[in-house]
Design a protein around this ligand. Sequence first.
Ligand code: GLV
Ligand code: MG
Length: 358
Amino acid sequence: KIIRGILDSPSRLPQFPPNPTTTNQESVTDMSFTVPEPSVSRLNRCELAVPGSSPHMFEKAAKSDADVIFLDLEDAVAPNDKPKARQNIIEALHDIDWGDKVMSVRINGLDTHFMYRDVIEILEKGGERLDLIMIPKVGTASDVYALDMLATQIETAIGRKKKVGFELIIETALGMQNIHEIAAASKRNESLHFGVADYAASTKARTTSIGGPNPLYGVLTDPAEDGSRDFHWGDMWHYAIARMVVAARANGLRPIDGPFGDFSDPDGYIAHGNRAAILGCEGKWAIHPKQIPLANDIFTPAEKEIAKARRILEAMEKAQKEGAGAVALDGGLIDIASIKQAEALVTQADIIAARTKK
Ligand code: GLV
Ligand code: MG
């Protein structure tokens, strides 16, 4: 890779922890002695939520264009329906052709008496088709540690071939406070998710719709000459999402934006998805099939961006040959940092192209 050439030989780049073999992602050269180790690389543009108590929705979900599906045992399932939902999910993991979907199950929180049985039943009987367990309301690194211990015991006992990965929902004030330790708590961790609905409840934020804006959250401009003033709406979730992106990226995980409740408002979904993508998120939840194409569109790099990224790589390769570290392209400056961004974008575009060709 070009960046390797520019930075001299790869052996000069310190690797701690050592480069993993389990990932197809280029490891990031962050110029610190500590290099974040990327988790298993997966497309995660749209993560579709499907209640485990609604098996009639499973076939349609399997045929959808979502990259990841989580079958829910938590908040979409009433307490009395939990045992049946577990059974539905176990059967569906075996019987339904999920194609190349990444399959996840959202278990109940660690403060409930449902959780231990969720993990034991799903991991013992769910088979090898299950890729991930989604842990809601993670509050401390010990929550993840406890689940890692349980999963490890079960996998060893039943001789499971695949190690199940973890998706962690950050959706409480405690979880947001401890997010950096949580992100680093297990090698099974793959992604952090912003659970805006529970987060609002936990922080007592004033919201009017799940994941949407509050029209009262904004600023007033100074008066113009005619005395008029404009009100600019703000994004009340900015801090939470930006903090999650930092914790995720510093630990090699995917940051994923959570639900947008009003599924009859595609424009609202697109606006919120775009701002999450711009901050660095790789995907967003869909709580309704209508939201799937919107997420896929938002998190698939546009042709124009890909073409520009390829031109940046070409220009930098030429610069490298000429011994320059930075060059001008289209009237702007590009340098070594531009290569990292361009390579990440081109890699993502190639993975998407490979998947959608099938
Ligand atoms: C998701 O679980 C949320 O609470 O938003
Ligand atoms: Mg929640």
